[in-house]
Design a binder for this molecule. Sequence first.
Ligand SMILES: C[S@@+](CC[C@H](N)C(=O)[O-])C[C@H]1O[C@@H](n2cnc3c(N)ncnc32)[C@H](O)[C@@H]1O
Length: 196
Amino acid sequence: MRAVGGTEGYAEDAARLVRAYESVSFADLHGDLLPMLPPPPARAVDIGAGSGRDAAALARMGHAVTAVEPVARLREWARRAHGGLGIVWVDDALPELGSVRGTFDLVLLSAVWMHLDEGERAAGMARVAALTAPGGTVVLTLRHGPVPEGRRMFQVPAEEVIGTAAAHGLRAVQVRRTADLGRRPGVCWTRLVLRR
Ligand SMILES: C[S@@+](CC[C@H](N)C(=O)[O-])C[C@H]1O[C@@H](n2cnc3c(N)ncnc32)[C@H](O)[C@@H]1O
């Protein structure tokens, strides 16, 4: 099996993690974003889709959704749990995303970016920008605080994301610090909305 940087610890813990991810809803996490998202039907890609919670919510809204998830146990669980919605599941990973074709009106990177090291973040932003259609929107969330055991995670400041995004033609239109819905000690989030 190939090793994908950033996925450390996910396969081993997949059963517990899918329960945790599905215990919150897209509306709880991202509901206030709806006015900033492209109207359906738009082309959306959820990168690092995990249990498929957000991909499924976007598909139910009427978007054409591609979901990218490199961890087979998560991807297969998600495919079964959210079948019948027309989601296209892809086994691929940042930064290359070599088998993701075309451009998207919405690129979602929920709780993924801080798993990438510095070089992967630089290469990944170039790829994300190339996947974003002109006028398209990127939503990227960053987790801050303690790193769960067995996981690879970096402390990534929002300013770094804003800078690399700008260098690739993605302008930050909203940056918000948000609380952790799971109330984990010391954990908080930044959510960035970028526009091409
Ligand atoms: C904290 S989970 C978030 C899952 C989902 N996006 C959510 O918000 O519930 C992080 C996800 O990123 C994926 N991931 C880690 N490294 C990745 C990489 N290099 N490329 C793509 N996805 C990656 C993991 O497999 C996992 O599904």
